[in-house]
Design a binder for this molecule. Structure first.
Ligand code: G3P
Length: 217
């Protein structure tokens, strides 16, 4: 299972990379704005800065909603750095642009997926990654993890190679549930990743080992 961090915050990206478990980064216009990164030139520079900090794939989202605009933007983004993955919205022109980029061997991430039918379309268009937003489905009392399970079943039925990138992960249990279902990738906040470290018996056990060591010295 790949671990991506879902942020544009460089300090958090550096911390996750230093843990040695990071496989990539996802961003979106909201995460950029949250870090105060605005204006095209600054956003493009920020993508390059992120690529230079990590080893894996870095998703960079297009803003255009028409095919020509997505192709123009996506081609410019792909030229920024070899690690860039073009993030496209799950709309008709986004699917068309996904097919265009996958035919050219450029990696894609189809985002804002909320149904199994949308996931099927993304796979048919040859998406590298397809991002169902589980937290936002949970927010409206719909089973986000159930969607991941449905998509896993459908992709396995036909051997689709598109990777299920569980997105809008909000907490540690989301990560564990996605791992049980077999999501290929999860992207979440650093807090959810670090939550995997925690167990009170680990802390108690370590404190006892250290205390016992001290007794003998
Ligand atoms: O990966 C998608 C993500 O950035 C959306 O997360 O928490 O805004 O639903 P959230």
């Amino acid at each position: 299972m790949k671990f991506f961090i879902d942020t544009a915050n460089l300090e958090q990206i550096i911390e996750a990379q230093a843990m040695g478990i990071l496989d990539g980064v996802t961003t979106n216009p909201s995460l950029m704005a949250k870090e105060g990164i605005t204006g095209e030139a600054n956003i493009l520079k920020h993508y390059v800065d992120i690529c230079n900090l990590v080893d894996g794939d870095v998703s960079a989202e297009v803003i255009s909603t028409d095919f020509d605009g997505m192709v123009r933007e996506g081609e410019a983004l792909a030229k920024l750095h070899p690690q860039i993955v073009i993030k496209l919205p799950m709309i008709g022109d986004g699917v068309k642009a996904c097919k265009y980029f996958s035919d050219k061997g450029i990696k894609t991430n189809v985002t804002l997926v909320f149904s199994a039918g949308q996931a099927l379309l993304a796979a048919k268009a040859g998406a590298t990654y397809m991002s169902p937003f589980i937290g936002r489905l949970d927010d409206i009392s719909t089973d986000g993890l159930g969607l991941i399970a449905d998509i896993r079943l459908i992709y396995d039925n036909y051997g689709f190679e598109t990777q299920i990138l569980a997105a809008s992960v909000r907490h540690t249990m989301h990560i564990m549930d996605c791992a049980k279902i077999g999501a290929d990738v999860m992207t979440g906040p650093l807090s959810a990743i670090k939550g995997l470290l925690k167990h009170p018996l680990t802390d108690i056990g370590l404190a006892k080992f250290l205390a016992d060591f001290e007794k003998g010295n």
